[in-house]
Design a protein around this ligand. Sequence first.
Ligand SMILES: [Zn+2]
Ligand SMILES: [Zn+2]
Ligand SMILES: [Zn+2]
Ligand SMILES: [Zn+2]
Length: 567
Amino acid sequence: MALSRSLEKGQTLVLCQFCENDSKITKKCLDCKLLLCAKCSNKLHAMVKGAGDHTIVNIRSLGPQHSVEIKDFRSIKCKQHPTQTACLFCSTCEQSACPTCVTKVHKKHNIVDFQDVYQLKVERLHCGQGKVENNYKELARRDNNLDHIKTEENSRLSNIRESIRDRALLIKSEVDECACRLISEVDVENAKFDRTIQNEHSALDGIKTQLNGQRQKVQDMTESNDMVQFFAKIVDVTKSIEDCLPPTYSITRELQFLPGLAFHPSVVGEILHENENCEYKPKLEITRKYVSEYDVIQFLISGPDNSLWYSININKKVLEKVTLAEEQLESVSSKEIMIYGLAFVPGYGLLLSTDQERLKIIPENSDEILDSRFAVDILEPKCIHLTKDNKLAIGAKSKGPLYPASGQRVVILMDMEGNKLSTFEFNQKGERLFTNPWGIASTTNGHVFILDRIDSNCEGRLVILKREDGSVIDIYNGREGSYFVPRGIVATEADNIIITDSDDPEISLHILDSSGKLISYYNTRDIGIEKPFSMTFAANGHFYIGGSTIKDSGNKSELFELDFFEI
Ligand SMILES: [Zn+2]
Ligand SMILES: [Zn+2]
Ligand SMILES: [Zn+2]
Ligand SMILES: [Zn+2]
C-alpha cells in the first residue's frame, strides 16, 4: 500500500517528449525511447536526421493497462554510492547507477531511462499477473478434477473390494465342493465295508450251524449203546469234527485321508501397489464439433473468454478469432495476414509471427494489430511458443529460401521484457539443429520440443533440448519405417507431448513423455477425427483439435472440442 501510494504521488501528467506541447500520447519511438503525440509520430519525428527507419509503436502495444504517466524517480539512489542520486538504470546489471558509475562500472552496458525500464517492468508484471490469473483458473480446474478423480477412484476401489469378496466366495464354494466329493468317496467305501462285514457274519453263522450239528453228533455217539452204529460212523464223525475252521476273515482297511497343501493366501490373490503394466492410455471424448470456412486450421490457439484464434497461410492468408456458439463458430474478427505462429500471452495479448522481424501483438480487448516488444533482429520469425513459466520461444531463420538450410536456423528464448535469454542453433558437435522450426512445445522440467521440417514435403523430426544448456536430449523421427510428417505440437497439463500426424494411415497422434520417450500412439479416426492438424489446450480445460482436409477436395476443415483425460 505504502509503495503504491508513493507511486501515485509521484505521477505527473506526461507531455509529448518531442514537442513538449501535446499531452495526448499515442506512440513511442523504440529507438529514441520517446513518448510521442500523434502529430510528432506522423510528421515531426521523421524529419529528424536518421530517424526515418525508427520503430514507432502504438503505446497500447506496450501492454493493455500500460500507464504513460511519468513517475518520479528522483529519490532513487545509486546502488554503489547511496548518497548520490541515480540518474539511470543499467539493465545489464539490473541496478541503478549514478553518472560516475555509468561511466566507470557500466561502460558498454545497456543503460536505460528509469521511465523506460519502469514501463518494461510494469508490462512484465502485467504478463506475470496474467499468468497468475491463468494459474488460478487452472488450479480451480485441478481442484474440481480432484473431486472427479476421487469419485472415480472410490468406485474403482469398491469394485476391487467386490472382486476380492467374489474371489473368496468362489474359493469357499470350490473348497466345499471338493470336501463333499472326498466325503462321498468315504461314504462309498464305508458302505462297501459294511457289506463285507455282513458277508463275514453270514459265513460265520453257516459255520456255527455246522458246529452245532457236529456237537450234536458227538453227543449222540457218546450216548449211543448201539455199537454197530457206533463203529459204522466213528471214522466219519471223528474226521468231521476234527476239520479245521476256514481261515479268519481278511478285511482290508486301506482308506486314508491325506490332507492337502496348507491354505495359501496367494490362492485368493494379492494387492499390487504399483501398476507395473500401466500403459499410458489417454481418453479423448468429443464434446462439440464445428465446421470452419477453410480447408485447414493451421495454427490454433485459445484466447481469453473461451475465444479461439486460428490461422491459415496456405492458398489463403487469414487470421480469425471465433467464439464457440452452440451450433456454429461465430467469427469475432477476420484479418488477412501471413501467420507463421501464434502465442497468447495472458495480460498482454495475442502475439503473431508474421513476415516481419518484429512480432505483432493484438492486445487483449482490442482488435488492432500493433508492433510488440519482441523482435529477432535480422531474422525472420517462424513458430512462437509461450512456455509454462512465461518465456517466449521463437523459431527463426535467416532471410532467403527455406530449403536447403542456409544462414541461421535458430530457436531464441526471451523473457517477457523481450530480452534474449538463449539461442539454440547447434548441437554439441557444432552441427545445425534445425532446418525450418515449425512448432514448439515445452514441459515444466525445462525441456523444449521443436518440430523441425527438413524439406518441402514437410517431412520432419522432433528435436528435444534441455533449456538450461541447449544440449540435445533426444531426436524423435516418428514411427519406424514410416514417413514422419508432423503437423502440430502441444504439451499436456501432465507434461506429455502430443504431435499430430495426418498422413500416417494407422495412427494420428504421437504421445511422448517429458523426456521425449514415446509412450503411446492414438488414432483419432476411431473417434471421428480424420486429419488432425493443430491443437491447443484452453484455460477452461478443454482440448481443441483443428483439422485439415484432403487437398483440393473442396471440403471444409472441422474444429473439435474435446475432453482429454490422462489418468
Ligand atoms: Zn508532440
Ligand atoms: Zn526515434
Ligand atoms: Zn554510483
Ligand atoms: Zn551495468
